[in-house]
Design a protein around this ligand. Structure first.
Ligand SMILES: *Cc1c(COP(=O)(O)O)cnc(C)c1O
Length: 379
């Protein structure tokens, strides 16, 4: 079955009791049993909920996986993966990943004795040379936030398979429409479903997808034991979001390309970060592992000052100044003062994240309107 069809029908079965075409929101905490231990497969809603089950089936299908698990947020999904580990275990991860992932690793899990090594994963040799006998997991993100760095998933999977390590990929930026890491050899996919899967900036949720049954059982055990499960209403919203992922992503990609090219030709713009440009260092890998290049773009102004960036950021009308991404509406963000403010300035600049860097989550409005909005703001 082709992706566009899968996105509409994934996990959707008519409701057995009424025939309702849309999976109902089973707003219940428990299920009545016929006799002790005799039930319909549902006992208590932290462990099972029919709306969540429909969504988890959909998660598996859209990433070409066997299993899906839903969590109350993207970071709760990441948290569950790290809970597979024990004190002394080592994780190799990217040096420019999502700030919340970095915070979870350094501020929560380090104190439990899990060791995190941050390397530039765009060169897989760096991963290989960081491996020790204690390494258990490699955690990558591609494209990265906000510099759109690309890591070769297949090349990393070759290394992790040969060393019997787990490979987890944060696929939030690409979405299953652009990239399917399980097909490229990853063991676990993580999504912040808050972003493109939900697609309408109205829900916080996370997802894990995998193929291995033993791994699924371990992660399900963590999901029900730690309890970071999403409510049925949130599951319904993400199920609904997934149905339009195909048409939305197509529009995000089309608008993204137009805006990236327009920015590149603007004399006030110094540099545009978008993996669809042939001079982007990750272009060849992106072309190989992604179906298109998406609607996430970062750019720097020629006038590289926080003041000038602030002026532009406060002057757009269609692009709303906000954190997050992946919704139908366009957002504009200033990583240096917003999403990446917790990184010391020196460190941030060393990693290539300048004071004037502006990140766009290009929505699905009319591209001409969006360009006019940016043109007025950049001035
Ligand atoms: C937002 C985001 C997360 C965290 O997800 P939440 O749903 O906010 O908990 C993780 N990774 C990436 C790339 C993100 O953009």
């Amino acid at each position: 079955m082709k992706l566009a069809t899968k996105l509409i029908h994934a996990g959707a079965e008519p409701d057995p009791s009424t025939g309702a075409i849309m999976t109902p929101i089973y707003q219940t905490s428990t299920y009545v049993q016929e006799a002790p231990g005799k039930n319909k497969g549902y006992e208590y809603a932290r462990s099972q909920n029919p709306t969540r089950k429909a969504l988890e089936d959909a998660f598996a299908i859209i990433e070409n996986g066997k299993y899906g698990l839903a969590f109350s947020s993207g970071v709760a999904a990441t948290d569950a993966v790290i809970k597979l580990l024990a004190p002394g275990d080592e994780v190799i991860c990217a040096n420019d990943m999502y700030g919340g992932t970095y915070r979870l690793f350094t501020k929560v899990f380090e104190k439990f004795g899990i060791v995190f090594k941050y390397v530039d994963t765009t060169n897989v040799v760096n991963i290989e040379s960081a491996i020790t006998t204690n390494t258990k997991l490699v955690w990558i993100e591609t494209p990265t936030n906000p510099l759109m760095n690309i890591t070769d998933i297949e090349a990393v999977a070759k290394i992790t398979k040969s060393k019997k390590l787990m490979l987890a990929v944060d696929n939030t930026f690409a979405s299953p429409y652009l990239q399917n890491p399980l097909d490229l050899g990853a063991d676990i996919i993580m999504h912040s479903a808050t972003k493109y899967l939900g697609g309408h900036s109205d829900v916080i949720q996370g997802a894990l997808m995998m193929n291995d049954t033993e791994l699924r059982d371990k992660l399900y055990f963590i999901q029900k034991s730690c309890g970071a499960v999403p409510g049925p209403m949130d599951c319904f919203l993400v199920l609904r979001g997934i149905k339009t992922l195909g048409v939305r992503m197509k529009a995000h990609c089309e608008n993204g390309k137009k805006i990236a090219e327009w920015l590149k030709s603007n004399p006030k713009v110094a540099k545009v970060y978008w993996p669809g440009f042939e001079d982007h260092p990750g272009y060849a890998v992106a072309k190989k592992q992604m179906r298109d290049f998406g609607g996430m773009i970062s750019f720097e102004l020629k006038n590289d000052s926080v003041e000038e960036a602030n002026r532009v950021l406060s002057s757009t009308h269609l692009f709303s100044l906000a954190e997050s991404l992946g919704g139908v509406e366009s957002l504009i963000n200033h990583p240096a003062s917003m999403t990446h403010a917790s990184i010391p300035r020196e460190e941030r600049i060393k990693n290539g994240l300048s004071d004037s860097l502006i990140r766009l989550s290009v929505g699905i409005e009319d591209a001409e309107d969006l360009i006019e909005d940016l043109n007025k703001a950049i001035g």
